[in-house]
Design a protein around this ligand. Structure first.
Ligand code: AMP
Ligand code: TRP
Length: 332
């Protein structure tokens, strides 16, 4: 571990995971785990910024941890834990909140989108959400944060908050960089390919879930919106086809240009069926492992307990420094 750069990332257990989450985040984590000292968190505190049914939250939290493991993240090599098990996150978030401006929070795109959907009862936690995310990252002195493109703005705020604290007191935090993948950075909705693929989309044909059965995956891909141009080309004028190329490119680690060449003169039907095959081939083994893991509560508990223990130790070192610099009296 010593000397390795640190990675921190997390996903909310707030709904079923999509192919976008997998290609934008998890698949890259699997690649990065060899070279970095990685912390992969199930961010349940973030999930409650919108109302969650307690029993669904419990189920999804363990399912998300199972997806991490089933996708190939090795619990022996990485620190995997549940955010609410490490109270330092909430505590550090409060300290950072007191150095964060309302203006910078209300400018966040995700806040604007989500609050627009909440009507008159917008939880204060929804506004403060990125401060908790900054706490997550800064507590571990992370160098890199692998996320999809939609999180770039939150990462910039994290850097601002870290720098602000460092300047106000004295150097305390490492200032992290976002790590955004080339191919899977933004997987689009299959029905409205100008919109991000999201589990909260109303039309279920627009997204593929990591746990969707093969026949459902094939059906959704075959119904994906394309165009009348008829050539497999990586072009902004063909957002549907471009999205399918991105999906194939992220799964197979081949460039969009290679895919264009490979499908020169070949129609959409064959292309779509190959994309569907690639997704099924990628997800099927993960699905069967997840099904096995979710029923092994004892094993999952071992993983998250061990993870929380390590995480607490590291997070506490940073938190103590923060409190001391702010002027709090140390308890001992
Ligand atoms: P969330 O589901 O909002 O907790 O997102 C978890 C991770 O998945 C973050 O790193 C997001 O950037 C990433 N992500 C979510 N949706 C997509 C998408 N459609 N394409 C690529 N990455 C995504
Ligand atoms: N905000 C992220 C999302 O919606 C989830 C998240 C919370 C996160 N804390 C994080 C991602 C820390 C990376 C690092 O996707």
């Amino acid at each position: 571990m010593e000397g390795k750069k640190v990675i921190f990332s997390g996903i909310q257990p707030s709904g079923d995971l999509t192919l976008g989450n997998y290609l934008g985040a998890i698949k890259n984590w699997v690649r990065l785990q060899e070279q970095y000292d990685c912390y992969f968190c199930v961010v349940d505190l973030h999930a409650i910024t919108v109302r969650q049914e307690p029993k669904d939250l419990r189920r999804r939290t363990l399912e998300l941890l199972s997806i991490y493991i089933a996708s190939g993240i090795d619990p022996e090599k990485n620190t995997m834990f549940i955010q609410s098990h490490v109270p330092q996150h909430s505590e550090a978030a409060w300290l950072l909140n007191c150095n964060t401006y309302m203006g910078e929070l209300s400018r966040m795109t995700q806040f604007k989108d989500k609050s627009a959907k909440s009507g008159n009862s917008i939880a204060a936690g929804l506004l403060n959400y990125p401060v908790l995310m900054a706490a997550d990252i800064l507590l571990y002195q992370a160098d890199l944060v692998p996320v999809g493109r939609d999180q770039k703005q939150h990462l910039e705020l994290t850097r601002d908050l870290g720098e602000r604290f460092n300047n106000l007191y004295s150097p305390t935090f490492k200032i992290p960089e976002a790590y955004i993948p080339k191919a899977g950075a933004k997987i689009m909705d299959l029905q409205e390919p100008t919109k991000k693929m999201s589990k909260s989309s109303e039309n279920a044909n627009g997204f593929i879930l990591i746990m969707d059965p093969p026949n459902v995956i094939r059906k959704k891909i075959s119904r994906a919106v394309t165009d009348t141009i008829g050539v497999v080309k990586y072009s902004d004028e063909q957002p549907g086809i471009k999205n399918l190329i991105n999906i194939l490119s992220a799964i197979k680690s081949i460039s969009p240009e290679q895919i264009e060449e490979q499908y020169d003169g070949i129609g959409y039907a064959k292309f779509k069926s190959d994309v569907a095959d690639a997704i099924v081939e990628e997800l099927e083994p993960i699905q069967s492992k997840v099904k096995q893991l979710v029923s092994d509560k004892k094993y999952l508990a071992e993983v998250y307990k061990q993870g929380a223990e390590k995480a607490k130790y590291v997070a506490n070192k940073t938190l103590r420094k923060m409190k001391k610099k702010i002027g709090f009296i140390p308890e001992n």
